[in-house]
Design a protein around this ligand. Structure first.
Ligand SMILES: [Ca+2]
Ligand SMILES: [Ca+2]
Ligand SMILES: [Ca+2]
Length: 144
């Protein structure tokens, strides 16, 4: 009986800790008009999105995407018409790809794309995730 219950408790605890780090949204009111104009959305897995309302009309105009603390993408609606005018993409905090509506036709034009270059240049880095091991699969348990 203990052989079944103990792993179950360990998994429950691990899963509970994971839920605690789940999605969360924080807001800020930069111009103190009582309405939020900055939203920071955490997905609980190391990524977050920042949305900023630049003209204080209640709708976000700038979106920043972060993974593991590094910005990977920036989207901006420069003229506040609800359509994005510039999209920047980053690798290792370097701007590697830019799209911009330079001729104001409502569509983004590709300005440059160096993602292939940086992908090949990028050093091999290993990420050690600190996810708890799945103990439920272990056949051997310490003495009961
Ligand atoms: Ca505000
Ligand atoms: Ca706005
Ligand atoms: Ca726009």
């Amino acid at each position: 009986m203990h052989k079944i219950i103990i792993p179950f408790i360990i998994i429950s605890l691990a899963f509970g800790g994971y839920v605690c780090a789940a999605e969360e949204t924080r807001t800020a009111d930069r111009n103190n008009d009582g309405k939020p104009d900055t939203w920071i959305i955490y997905d609980g897995k190391g990524s977050r999105t920042t949305q900023v309302d630049l003209n204080f009309d209640g709708k976000p105009d700038m979106y920043s995407y972060y993974q593991n603390g590094q910005r990977v993408k920036l989207e901006v609606d420069v003229n506040y018409d609800g359509k994005l005018d510039q999209v920047n993409e980053y690798m290792d905090n370097k701007l590697v790809r830019m799209q911009k509506d330079s001729n104001k036709d409502g569509k983004l034009e590709l300005i440059f794309d160096r993602t292939d270059f940086y992908s090949s240049q990028k050093k091999h880095t290993e990420y050690y995730k600190t996810y708890p091991q799945t103990l439920g699969d272990s056949k051997t348990l310490p003495e009961k």
